[in-house]
Design a protein around this ligand. Structure first.
Ligand code: FHN
Length: 450
C-alpha cells in the first residue's frame, strides 16, 4: 500500500513538472515575436487630431495658460482648457475621408516595422471603435458604420505585422469618474471604481473579444497613478486579459510605479533610452517630433539617421523601438513622417539582419560610438558592429582574439575587410573611405568561432 502511494506521488510530481514546463514554454513562445521584432509603429489618432494643436487662436505650447506648456497635441482638451461640451462636439467633425488602412500598414511594413499599436482610446475617453459600453465612440461620428480598427487589423494580417491597442485605462476625461490631470482635484478611489467597472474593464474586454490583439499598451507614467491604479486593480486588469487571451502581451505602464511580476515587457518613459541591459524584454515609445498626435506647428522633426541610432542602440541592449506617427485629420500620414519612414526602411532593407532577432553582447570592449549586436550560430556567433560615429583612423577596435575571427565583411555590400591583431588581445579592422554625403550607419559583420 505504502509503495502504491509513493508511486502515485512520483507520478503526480512528474505530471506537474511536465505541466509547469509546458506553461513556461508557452510563456517563452508568447513573447518571442516581440523580442525579435525590434521595430514597431505607434499611432496616436483621435478627436484631438482634428485640432492639430490649435484651438480658438491658441496654439500649444501656450505659456499664458497655467498648464498650457506642452507640445502633446493629444492633451489639447486639458492644456488649452477646452470645455467638455465643446471638445466632445468634435465627434461631428471626425471625418477622415482619405483614411486607408492598407496604406498605413504598407508604410509600416516598408519601414521594416514588425508590429503596429494604435490608440483605441486615449485620455480624452473617445473610442475609435463602435463600443457597446459608451456612446462616445466612432459610431457617433460621420464615419459610423466603418470599423477602422478592424480594417487596420486586417491590413496587419495581410502584411504580417503583429498588432495591438493603446488603451488609457487610468485617465479618462469623459467618464465622470475617470482619472483627470494632476492639477485638478483628484478622484476618490471609490468613485474611480465606478469608471473602472463601467468603462475601463468592459472596454478592454470588448477590444480583446472583437479584435484578438497581440498586445495591449496601458498608460501610467509616475507615482501620480498609484492612488487609483492600486496593485489590486492592476492585477484585476491583468487577470482579465489573461482570462480572455493566451497570446496578448501586457506592457509595464499598466502600473509604471509598480508593474509587478506578471507583465510581459517593460515600457520606458517617453523618448527614454536606458544605459544598461534590463532583465525583462523592453521598448522605448518614441516621437518623431515633440508631439504624439498630429500638431500642425510642430516642425521639430528628428532625422532618420538619429532615429536609426536610437533603434540600433536599443537593439544592442535587447530593447525595441516603438516609433510614433500622428496621422492628420483627413486620415493621411504627414509627409515628413513618410519620408523618415522610407529612409529608415531603406536602411533596414540592407541592414535588417543586424537588428532583428539579435541579442546584446556583454563585455566586448570596442570604440566609443560603436554598438554591438550578435546572433548565435552553430559553432560560434556572428557579431555586428554598428558604427555610429566617425572612428579614429577609420579603424574599428574590438576585444576579440584574432584566431577566433574567421572573416569580416560590410553588411550592406558584402565587401570583405582584413582583420588584424592589435598586438594585444583584440583585433583592428580598417574601413573603406566613407562618401562624405552618405550618412548611413555602416555595419561590420564578423564570424567568430566558439
Ligand atoms: O499622456 C500620454 C501621452 O499623451 C502619450 O500617449 C504617451 C505615449 O507614451 N504616454 C503618456 C505620457 O507618457
Amino acid at each position: 500500500m505504502k509503495r502504491f502511494f509513493s508511486m502515485i506521488l512520483v507520478l503526480l510530481g512528474l505530471y506537474y513538472s511536465v505541466i509547469a514546463q509546458e506553461v513556461s514554454r508557452k510563456e517563452v513562445e508568447k513573447i518571442s515575436w516581440f523580442k525579435e521584432a525590434r521595430f514597431g509603429m505607434f499611432v496616436h489618432w483621435g478627436l484631438y487630431s482634428i485640432l492639430g494643436g490649435t484651438y480658438n487662436g491658441r496654439t500649444m505650447p501656450d505659456t499664458a495658460l497655467a498648464n498650457g506648456k506642452s507640445w502633446y497635441a493629444e492633451w489639447i482638451q486639458q492644456r488649452l482648457e477646452i470645455p467638455n461640451n465643446e471638445y466632445q462636439a468634435l465627434v461631428e467633425k471626425f471625418n477622415p475621408s482619405r483614411f486607408n488602412a492598407d496604406e498605413w500598414i504598407k508604410e509600416a511594413k516598408n519601414a521594416g516595422m514588425k508590429y503596429f499599436v494604435i490608440t483605441a482610446k486615449h485620455h480624452d475617453g473617445f473610442a475609435l471603435w463602435d463600443s457597446n459600453v459608451s456612446n462616445y465612440d466612432i459610431a457617433a461620428t460621420p464615419l459610423r458604420g466603418r470599423d477602422i480598427l478592424g480594417e487596420l487589423v486586417d491590413a496587419c494580417k495581410k502584411y504580417g505585422l503583429k498588432y495591438g491597442f493603446y488603451y488609457s485605462h487610468w485617465q479618462d476625461w469623459e467618464h465622470p469618474n475617470g482619472a483627470i490631470p494632476y492639477w485638478k482635484p483628484a478622484r476618490k478611489s471609490r468613485d474611480f471604481e465606478k469608471y473602472w467597472k463601467e468603462k475601463s474593464l468592459p472596454q478592454v474586454q470588448e477590444l480583446i473579444e472583437r479584435y484578438d490583439p497581440d498586445l495591449l499598451w496601458f498608460d501610467t507614467w509616475d507615482e501620480e497613478a498609484k492612488e487609483l491604479i492600486t496593485p489590486a486593480r492592476r492585477d484585476e486588469l491583468i487577470h482579465l486579459v489573461r482570462k480572455l487571451s493566451s497570446k496578448c502581451l501586457i506592457n509595464g505602464r499598466i502600473a509604471m510605479h509598480d508593474p509587478g511580476n506578471e507583465i510581459d515587457f517593460l515600457e520606458m518613459m517617453d523618448n527614454a533610452y536606458p544605459k544598461q541591459l534590463l532583465d525583462k524584454p523592453w521598448q522605448t515609445p518614441a516621437t518623431m517630433n515633440h508631439t504624439w498626435a498630429w500638431h500642425s506647428k510642430d516642425f521639430n522633426w528628428k532625422s532618420s539617421g538619429q532615429m536609426l541610432r536610437y533603434l540600433v542602440s536599443n537593439a544592442s541592449k535587447g530593447g525595441n523601438y516603438l516609433l510614433n506617427i500622428g496621422p492628420k485629420p483627413d486620415g493621411t500620414l504627414p509627409l515628413p513622417a513618410i519620408r523618415r519612414l522610407r529612409e529608415m526602411g531603406a536602411w533596414m532593407l540592407t541592414h535588417g539582419e543586424a537588428v532583428y532577432a539579435t541579442q546584446p553582447l556583454r563585455d566586448v570592449p570596442t570604440n566609443k560610438g560603436v554598438v554591438l549586436t550578435q546572433k548565435r550560430i552553430e559553432g560560434g556567433q556572428i557579431i555586428y558592429a554598428h558604427i555610429l560615429d566617425e572612428l579614429p583612423d577609420n579603424t574599428l577596435k574590438l576585444a576579440i582574439a584574432k584566431d577566433k575571427v574567421q572573416n569580416c565583411q560590410l553588411v550592406e555590400t558584402g565587401e570583405m575587410r582584413n582583420v588584424k591583431s592589435d598586438g594585444n588581445k583584440g583585433v583592428t579592422i580598417s574601413l573603406p573611405e566613407k562618401d562624405p554625403y552618405d550618412n548611413a550607419i555602416r555595419v561590420l559583420k564578423l564570424y567568430v568561432k566558439e
